[in-house]
Ligand binder design. Structure first.
Ligand code: SF4
Length: 327
């Protein structure tokens, strides 16, 4: 799916993530491959436990101590999985940044916003303090904080959840990274603030040409935001497609179930909404064969063998034994 002649910003191949737990080895990701172009928005979608957050943490070198990653993840000439902590520390914050669902996990409650933001620039860009304060204030303006100067003096607890998340986005973009990983950035916010933050991320993508990896369990937020979608289930790629293709004609039963679970604007009170029956498998006991088969209405005898990722009709990729998804 890589566009011809366009060098990828990020090229992930055969990424596997494992955790050693008291109950045995947990495979959070099992051979995931994809690429991202400069300025692209890639949505990584899946239910809880699909491995999407571990994907982000593996790329950022932030896996828990009992976790390990293998494969390659080439980013600006460096393999993020083997380049070492010193290189990763330099890349994090300057070339790649991550924002989390909960702004409180990013913001320091004991420092005012101006101090927190200016420190990022002083540390990663070696910027003099006065200039860093100026740039931080301008970035608060960019994320549509009404009174940036006053906000610089405030502490996180004095700000609403929506304001805090805008500030986290501003901090993530301060060094104008080439890649921003946003893990459920709006889940904790109310719907109007969610829409506002999503618009804001798109504006900033346009302005800074930042590629955004948007991690979400909700396919509904992806439609107006992403260029491509990577659908994960039980740590494996189910479908990888342009967003318009995935919405119009998903080729994998799981993707179609996700699309049908999205409330439509024209539906009344959730009418037509079809939640996916059943639950994802226990990550410690993923069955052999297709991991979705216990929930798949089209499962047949071949599905006891693991389906390999193959080209789909829409030009993307799917992992399913069905030749054609019935209507
Ligand atoms: Fe369903 Fe079989 Fe396709 Fe899995 S491989 S999604 S069980 S039809």
């Amino acid at each position: 799916m890589t566009a011809a002649m366009t060098p990828s910003l990020l090229q992930v191949s055969d990424l596997k993530v494992r955790f050693c737990t008291a109950d045995g080895e947990l495979q959070a990701l099992r051979s995931v491959s994809f690429d991202m172009q400069p300025g692209e928005v890639l949505a990584v979608v899946g239910e809880s436990g699909s491995g999407k957050t571990q994907l982000a943490l593996a790329l950022m070198g932030l896996l828990a101590e009992n976790g390990s990653a293998s494969g390659t993840a080439m980013f600006q000439g460096h393999d993020l999985l083997s380049c070492g902590q010193a290189r990763l520390n330099r890349l994090r914050g300057s070339e790649m940044a991550m924002i989390f669902q909960d702004p409180e996990s990013t913001l320091n409650p004991y420092l005012n916003i101006g101090r927190q933001m200016s420190e990022v620039l002083e540390q990663h860009r070696r910027m003099p303090h006065a200039q860093a304060l100026q740039v931080a204030e301008e970035m608060l303006h960019q994320v549509r904080i009404g009174n940036p100067r006053e906000c610089m003096q405030q502490y996180p607890h004095e700000l609403s959840g929506g304001m805090q998340q805008r500030i986290v986005i501003a901090m993530g973009l301060l060094c104008q990274p080439a890649l921003l990983i946003a893990d459920e950035p709006t889940t904790a916010l109310d719907v109007t603030v969610q829409a506002d933050i999503n618009r804001l991320m798109l504006d900033l993508r346009e302005r800074y040409q930042t590629a955004i990896m948007l991690i979400t369990h909700d396919l509904g937020v992806v439609a107006g935001l992403a260029d491509r979608v990577l659908v994960l289930y039980a740590g494996q790629t189910m479908e990888y497609a342009a967003v318009r293709d995935l919405y119009r004609q998903p080729e994998h039963p799981y993707s179609r179930a996700l699309v049908r679970a999205v409330p439509q604007l024209d539906s009344q009170h959730g009418a037509g909404l079809q939640p996916i029956p059943g639950n994802p498998p226990n990550p410690l006991q993923i069955p052999s064969g297709c991991p979705f088969r216990d929930r798949c209405e089209f499962a047949f005898t071949d599905c006891t063998a693991t389906p390999l990722l193959r080209p789909a009709r829409h030009g993307g990729q799917i992992a399913c034994h069905l030749e054609t998804l019935p209507e």
